[in-house]
Design a protein around this ligand. Sequence first.
Ligand code: GTP
Ligand code: MG
Ligand code: ZN
Length: 401
Amino acid sequence: MNPHQRRQLEATLDAMGKVERNRLFKEAAERRIEAQKLRRKSEREVDVPAARRRPDPLREWALRILAERQRESPACDGTGEACEGSIGVVVRVGRRRCTIEQAGRLFECLLSPDQAGAQHEDLAVGDHVLFVAGQDGEPSRLLRVLPRQSELSRPDPRRPGRRRVIVANVDVVVIVVSVVAPPLHPRLIDRYLVAVQRGGARPVVCVNKIDRLAAGRQAAPEVLEPYRRVGIRVIETSAQTGEGIEHLRSVLRGSVCALVGHSGVGKSSLANALDPSLGAKVGSVSDASHRGKHTTVASSLHLLAGDIRLIDTPGVRSFSLDDMTIAEVREAFPEFVGLADSCRYRDCTHTHEPGCRVREAAARDEIPAPRYETYRRILLDLGVTDTGDEESENTPLPRDS
Ligand SMILES: Nc1nc2c(ncn2[C@@H]2O[C@H](COP(=O)(O)OP(=O)(O)OP(=O)(O)O)[C@@H](O)[C@H]2O)c(=O)[nH]1
Ligand SMILES: [Mg+2]
Ligand SMILES: [Zn+2]
């Protein structure tokens, strides 16, 4: 169960009627007792150290049952109520409306004021939805957004404390950068990587416009090598000459993917290169600032040749991680995971604490130094200083507490 599924299941559970809820919790209690019988006592003690706060086990079982029911019958919300409507995929979201695709047909859907009010967070291109198709020219009706498998989101710049979901249910997020015009910004790649990791999709870095490199020059190897070292796929392309496009196509084949990045790096050009029949609008890059001109204004999902479902997104100016917790940032660096288990403090931030294995490994270059620096910069942005004088929730706990 990923964090997004969990949030949606929690909401379903909270909205359930009393009778249905009691029935669910009875089943949860039975399943829990069964599971306890199966588990040996010693294992139980290892699993749940007394000092650790843990969620209500009965509620956990109830959520698990709801998730199972939704997997078996995605059109229903697991509450046992009758289901109507059919399932489609959101291919475009506009002001107070969205377009849903089902079996190759498009349906225009008007959003209710409630749905429109919550739309940046609750509805995104790629969402699977339950809807009722409109008859005789009537608009279709959106009933419910189904639990997401993944999402890419960032803090909403206009509404503090709220998130803006950029795309939902993608297998792969392609972080597009260009070697020049606009110049390659590793910090943007890093921020996206953290957000992609949190949202449950697989990241790929695409370095475009390699035709602009001088003959014999490689695309910033010192910047890109650390990503390759930790197993992130980096693909070099030119949407203009077609170089690397076949490689990109082979990586994306059979998947739902999204192209994200700064304006002007060539996202729409890459989409056109992957499928020339697409005809996505391509803009220019300012000679003075080397910035794109925000040509693509809304995300849209396309079915491309070669069994690729691709979401082209509008370019961003920046990508903030302000809504992240330290734990989420830590988890986004897979190269830290094995080492972090041996840090002296269980919730080590890997910045200033004595006995930090991650910091030691970075000093020995066993972790690529640029990746560790990136991690430190992201934590600094979140208010964690190198001296441990942080505004965060982290208070070091010795491992044996
Ligand atoms: N030389 C070169 N130019 C490219 C390449 N890919 C895209 N461009 C140019 O870069 C400019 C911007 O391309 P777009 O595809 O509109 O960029 P985008 O990322 O979709 O931009 P937004 O929609 O604004 O986010 C256009 O002038 C393209 O012709 C490439 O591989 N090589
Ligand atoms: Mg574009
Ligand atoms: Zn540490």
